[in-house]
Design a protein around this ligand. Structure first.
Ligand SMILES: *Cc1c(COP(=O)(O)O)cnc(C)c1O
Ligand SMILES: [Zn+2]
Length: 406
């Protein structure tokens, strides 16, 4: 970890050595990893990054990256042009950064690859987390590959696909009777007494850094530049703040030009505390009780909500508040126009993008990237189509009876 300079409190600026610690001893503010930016700028070149492998770890200089890593292939996903969706929405240039092809089919593999690499570096033998679903999948899978025990905590009534995709790896899956916020409170308490690496509690400063690799990949894939706008679904707000940080760090390293990037967010109306604070023009996020089909985004008291608001406001971005019924229509629109089946969070991002364009928050000429953070196969219960569109006898005439357009 040649370039990691330590941890720094986001509130008071007090600095700490790299350790499994996530809050400041002086002010209880959240800690963030800091780097030797000058050394990175002096050493890292575009050519070298273009030559490297395509995993997210090619950006190791910008990550807490111990020599031994837990790597099952996270990251390195493609940036896909979306001309048909762009035309429907009224944009001239639109790209999808689809993280569905990750090992456990969401962007959470990126953050967990970093968190568990650090957990092993610190000597932990047990990986744990509080999860809205996708994080549980990723922790269980990476822990299995690392030979670690895993214990993940989820709301007991989570989508069945997400539970099945977690139990398969053989770890403990604890369903908690309550919301994600209840699960998270329980884990914060447990983290104080158990010698476990909670990826989004005591490992959170390291975990969060993994999200920057999405911004790094976008900039590289666009030919070493940033887009005009990026649309990010918000749960805790960590992904959004780190995507913004990723573009900034590439600018500081001289890899891309200094250029404003509109950072835009999206939440589903049934759990939209950050979107509501944005509209109200207030700095602090007031917690809500989640009631949304977008379970992966159902965090009523978002840890990074305050910082997400700052990034959005500071970049002239905006946050869409997506009505619940538009979550599924967003999923369908993306599938129908671009052939990509995303989960509810992706439906929120697509319908959010539509609203941001309609309201003028994103202009038709602005080159936009929307983050598709997870796969639709894990949230099948919200989408239609559990039966074929037609059922026929095995006869040619039978087809003619049901198909009008042949
Ligand atoms: C966790 C998650 C998010 C948002 O993550 P935060 O960093 O907590 O804001 C977005 N999409 C999907 C599919 C997720 O699982
Ligand atoms: Zn502090």
């Amino acid at each position: 970890m040649k370039y990691v300079a330590g941890l720094r409190c986001r509130e008071c600026g007090n600095e700490y050595l790299v350790s499994p610690q996530h809050v400041c001893e002086l002010c209880f503010g959240p800690l963030e990893v800091i780097y030797d930016a000058e050394a990175i700028a002096a050493d890292v070149t575009r050519a070298e990054l273009d030559r490297g492998d395509t995993s997210m770890w090619r950006f190791a200089a910008f990550l807490p990256a111990p020599d031994e890593r837990v790597d099952i292939g996270a990251g390195g996903t493609r940036l896909i042009a979306a001309p048909r969706l762009a035309a429907e929405i009224g944009l001239r240039k639109l790209w999808l950064k689809s993280d569905a092809p990750n090992p456990t089919h969401s962007f959470k593999d990126r953050v967990v690859s970093v968190a568990l690499s650090m957990a092993r570096h610190f000597g932990y033998e047990v990986a744990a987390c509080a999860s809205t679903g996708n994080l549980a999948n990723a922790v269980a899978a990476h822990a299995a590959a690392a030979g670690m025990k895993s214990i993940v905590f989820i709301p007991a009534d989570l989508e069945r696909g997400k539970i099945a995709a977690t139990t398969i790896y053989g770890g403990e899956v604890i369903g908690v009777e309550g919301s994600y916020d209840d699960v998270n409170r329980l884990c914060a308490e447990l983290a104080g007494s158990k010698p476990w690496a909670f990826v989004n509690v005591n490992m959170r400063p390291f975990y969060a850094e993994g999200s920057k690799t999405i911004a790094f990949e976008i900039a590289q894939q666009l030919g070493w530049r940033s887009p005009d706008a990026v649309v990010v679904p918000i749960a805790s707000g960590s992904l959004l703040t780190k995507v913004a940080k990723g573009f900034r760090e590439f600018e500081q390293a001289g890899l891309i030009e200094n250029k404003p990037v509109k950072i835009a967010g999206a939440q589903a109306a049934g759990c939209a505390p950050v979107a509501e604070a944005f509209v109200a023009g207030v700095e602090d996020v007031r917690p809500v009780k989640p009631a949304t089909i977008a379970r992966s985004l159902a965090i009523g008291d978002p840890a990074d909500g305050y910082y997400a608001l700052q990034e959005v406001r500071g970049s002239s971005g905006s946050i869409a508040n997506v009505p619940e019924e538009e979550v599924v229509s967003g999923i369908e629109l993306l599938a129908r126009t671009e052939g990509i089946f995303t989960e509810t969070a992706g439906g929120v991002a697509i319908s959010g993008l539509e609203r941001l364009v309609r309201s003028g928050a994103i202009l038709p000429g602005e080159e936009t990237v929307v983050l598709i953070t997870g796969i639709g196969l894990k949230t099948l219960e919200v989408t239609r189509g559990e039966s074929p569109t037609h059922i026929i006898k095995p006869q040619v005439e039978a087809l003619a009876e049901v198909l009008s357009w042949q």
